[in-house]
Design a protein around this ligand. Structure first.
Ligand SMILES: C[S@@+](CC[C@H](N)C(=O)[O-])C[C@H]1O[C@@H](n2cnc3c(N)ncnc32)[C@H](O)[C@@H]1O
Length: 228
C-alpha cells in the first residue's frame, strides 16, 4: 500500500479545529455515542465471528472502536484515514485507553487500499468525496465478507462543491463536496463486484432529509454481503 495523505490545501478535515475537538470528546467518550455507530454494530454483530478483522474507512478519530468494544463484539479493529491530524488523534486518544497498538490506525487513502479485511464500514465519507466510484471500488475489492456504507443517497446524482462556514476562519474560502449519489446506481455498482445489497433505514434521520451546511442530505445505510 502507498501511504498517500490528503493535502491540507484542499482537505477540510485538516482545517477545522472545532471538529477536531468534537472528535476528541468522542474519543474520550465524553460526548454521546453517534446513533449511526451504534446502528453499525447492531447490523454487524451477528455477522462477525471471533477474530474477524474490521476496517473503519475514513475513521476520523477512531471513536467507532468504542461502539464495538463496549458491546464486546470480538473483532480486530483497524482505522484508516488520509488526514494526519485524525490518525494522530486516534493514536493519542484511543490507543492510550485501550489495548489497540498504534499500528491499528493507518494513515492513507481509501483509493490506495490493497489489503483485505473481513468487514468494512465506511460512514459519512464518500458524500464528501469528488465521486463515490473509485473509493467504493477499492473498498469492495478489499472486503471478504460484509461492507456497510452510510452516505447521502437519493434518486439522482447531485454534486455540490461549496464553501463551509464551519472551517477555521482563515480557511472558509475552501470548498467541500456534499454529494448525493443515485441509490439504484450505487447498489448495482456493488452488485457488479459480487455483493448482495440491502438498504436499511438510517435510525438517526428516519428517511427524513437532514440539512448539513445548509445542504440537504438523505442518509441511507447500504449493507453488502459478498456471495462470490
Ligand atoms: C465526515 S468525517 C467522518 C468520520 C467518521 N467516519 C464518522 O462517521 O464520524 C470523514 C473522514 O474521512 C476521511 N476521509 C475522507 N476521504 C477519505 C479518503 N479518500 N481516504 C481516507 N480517508 C478519507 C477524512 O479525513 C475524515 O476524517
Amino acid at each position: 500500500m502507498l501511504y498517500r495523505t490528503a493535502n491540507p490545501l484542499w482537505n477540510p478535515w485538516a482545517n477545522d479545529r472545532r471538529l477536531i475537538e468534537l472528535y476528541r470528546r468522542r474519543c474520550r467518550q465524553e460526548s454521546e455515542e453517534m446513533t449511526c455507530a451504534a446502528q453499525a454494530v447492531d447490523i454487524l454483530k451477528n455477522k462477525v465471528v471471533s477474530g474477524d478483522t474490521l476496517l473503519d474507512a475514513g475513521c476520523g478519530g477512531g471513536y467507532y472502536f468504542w461502539s464495538f468494544e463496549t458491546r464486546n463484539i470480538p473483532i480486530e479493529y483497524f482505522g484508516l484515514d488520509y488526514t494526519p491530524r485524525m490518525i494522530n488523534l486516534a493514536r493519542e486518544e484511543i490507543c492510550q485507553k485501550s489495548v489497540l497498538p498504534p499500528q491499528r490506525f493507518i494513515l492513507g487513502t481509501i483509493e490506495d487500499l490493497d489489503i483485505q479485511f473481513d468487514h468494512i464500514i465506511c460512514f459519512n465519507v464518500l458524500t464528501n468525496s469528488p465521486h463515490y466510484a473509485l473509493p467504493l471500488e477499492r473498498l469492495l475489492l478489499s472486503t471478504r465478507k460484509c461492507i456497510l456504507l452510510r452516505e447521502s443517497l437519493g434518486e439522482k446524482l447531485t454534486i455540490r462543491y461549496t464553501s463551509d462556514e464551519n472551517l477555521d476562519k482563515d480557511k472558509r474560502h475552501m470548498r467541500v463536496y456534499h454529494n448525493t449519489y443515485p441509490i439504484e446506481e450505487v447498489i448495482s455498482f456493488m452488485e457488479d463486484y459480487g455483493f448482495m445489497v440491502s438498504s436499511i433505514k438510517d435510525l438517526r434521520t428516519n428517511d427524513e432529509v437532514e440539512m448539513v451546511c445548509n445542504i440537504p442530505h438523505w442518509w441511507n445505510i447500504l449493507v453488502g454481503r459478498r456471495y462470490t
